[in-house]
Design a protein around this ligand. Structure first.
Ligand code: SF4
Length: 459
């Protein structure tokens, strides 16, 4: 299956790629299917059921809101975040849902949206079922979907045949492992970013690729900017205060402090990560990188590159994103980028690994050093559990992004101070991450039934 870097980095809304972006896309797709089968007119009600991790932590992650938005015809990358609150209030008040330009159906939060905490669908821990009913209560269409991480969804029909919408485009430099990628680079005397350009050119011109990469960079920058300038408490009831604006003020107003303390650069890295993660937790516009929970790491390290690395330039930013994308694809193909499947090592760990590789590429390092940086970054995230308090992507997620960003920079520095040779390969660490995730008890995989989530009393 061919995956584009733009499938991995998707513009969406917070707080979670698997619990917000994926369900919103699934609900949108379900309505599209009703439309294509000419069933919209007869539909008077849609029941949505959430299973597994979505059933456990969906409310905290805003899955209910995402489903309503998707059924109302909105997509995560296109919706204006400013209209969301009013739209949801209107649905709750009027108990009605507008599923296309002409059709409005009844909708009751309590009876039409069900969170199953003990039930699972067979293929994945993030399952969803949509059923459209006519005025007699007869089923018109029933579909199961799975949100498999990073906003990706797969569907599953009544006959239990998996219907994955695959892109079977033949890429000039297809690779399934780190070792294959390194061999391709060596054989063709090209960097990882160049190989990625060649693959992406299967779908569009280099000018268009650069334009899309630059758009991602602008969304990253806008997100940091909004996070730096938005104060107050995050939604959800934990009363977590946004920290980025105060830290920003302190760093900006006392530039002389940086002369006394060279580690002030780390404060800036933390700041960028906090800004994006707080924006994500508030339901703002972010890029899944590769997930929303870990969305702060790549923009933080990119900002570090752009503001603190000598000779940083826009081509370096593009190489960063392409190379990080190549590494992200390896995790997606050979392990998982879903916290519900393998714990936080699949989200923060993967983002950290991608960021370390991206930074090494932007700084002009060899493919071997890039692979080494990606490996080190994951090696020291192995076993990281997912235990968000109250099911909200806030504690430990926000700080964990800052820690992940700093760790990525350190992994890059350790790798590039060596000659590129190392004991553990990226492929081996990816395999280890997958097995560790399989061995992890389900309470540590985005269910909020283990770790910090049960040892801290909710307010
Ligand atoms: S703990 Fe990690 S995997 Fe879990 S929600 Fe937070 S960022 Fe995502």
């Amino acid at each position: 299956m061919a995956v584009s870097v733009f499938d991995l980095f998707k513009v969406g809304i917070g707080p979670s790629s698997s619990h917000t972006v994926g369900p919103m896309r699934a609900a949108y797709l379900f309505c599209q299917q009703l439309q294509h089968r000419n069933l919209i007119e007869q539909t008077t009600n849609i029941k949505s059921e959430l299973f597994g991790s979505l059933g456990h932590t969906g409310k905290g992650h805003g899955t209910d809101k995402a489903i309503i938005l998707g059924l109302s015809g909105y997509q995560p990358d296109k919706i204006n975040p400013d209209i969301i609150v009013n739209l949801l209030d209107k649905v709750e008040l009027q108990k009605k849902l507008q599923i296309n330009d002409k059709k409005t159906i009844k909708f009751n939060y309590k009876t039409d949206l069900k969170f199953h905490k003990r039930k699972m669908l067979p293929l994945h821990s993030n399952g969803m079922r949509f059923v459209a009913l006519d005025k007699h209560g007869e089923n018109l269409l029933k579909k199961d979907f799975y949100s498999v991480g990073g906003g990706f969804i797969i569907s599953h029909n009544k006959l239990a045949q998996q219907e994955i919408v695959e892109d079977n485009t033949k890429l000039p430099y297809a690779f399934n492992s780190g070792i294959e990628l390194l061999e391709i680079c060596k054989k063709n005397k090209q960097s990882i970013a160049q190989i990625m350009y060649e693959n992406e050119k299967t779908w569009q011109s280099k000018t268009r690729i650069n334009k899309q990469l630059d758009t991602l960079w602008h969304v990253f920058k806008d997100c940091v900017e909004r996070g730096l300038n938005s104060s107050g408490e995050l939604p959800g009831g934990l009363k977590v205060k946004r920290r980025a604006p105060a830290l920003f003020k302190e760093l900006r107003d006392k530039p002389q402090a940086a002369l006394r303390d060279p580690l002030t650069i780390l404060d800036w890295v933390n700041l960028y990560a906090l800004a994006v993660s707080e924006e994500n937790a508030a339901g703002g516009r972010v890029v899944t990188a590769p997930t929303n929970g870990a969305a702060g790491i790549i923009p933080a390290v990119l900002h570090y590159y752009y503001h603190f690395c000598p000779e940083a330039n826009i081509q370096g930013v593009r190489d960063f994103i392409l190379t990080a994308g190549a590494v992200g694809m390896l995790y997606k193909k050979n392990a998982s980028i879903s916290g519900a499947e393998v714990g936080c090592q699949g989200e923060v760990g993967v983002a950290c690994s991608m960021a370390a590789a991206g930074l090494a590429a932007a700084c002009g390092e060899s493919p071997e050093h890039i692979e080494n940086a990606a490996e080190i970054a994951m090696e020291h995230n192995l076993g990281l559990t997912c235990d968000p308090i109250g099911g909200l992507v806030q504690i430990p997620c926000i700080e964990r992004n800052a820690m992940g960003a700093v760790k990525a920079i350190n992994a890059f520095r350790m790798a590039t101070r060596g000659d590129g040779s190392h004991w553990v390969s990226l492929d081996k660490v990816i395999k280890t991450m997958k097995i560790t995730g399989q061995d992890m008890q389900s309470k540590y995989k985005e269910t909020s039934r283990g770790g910090l989530a049960v040892n801290i009393i909710e307010c």
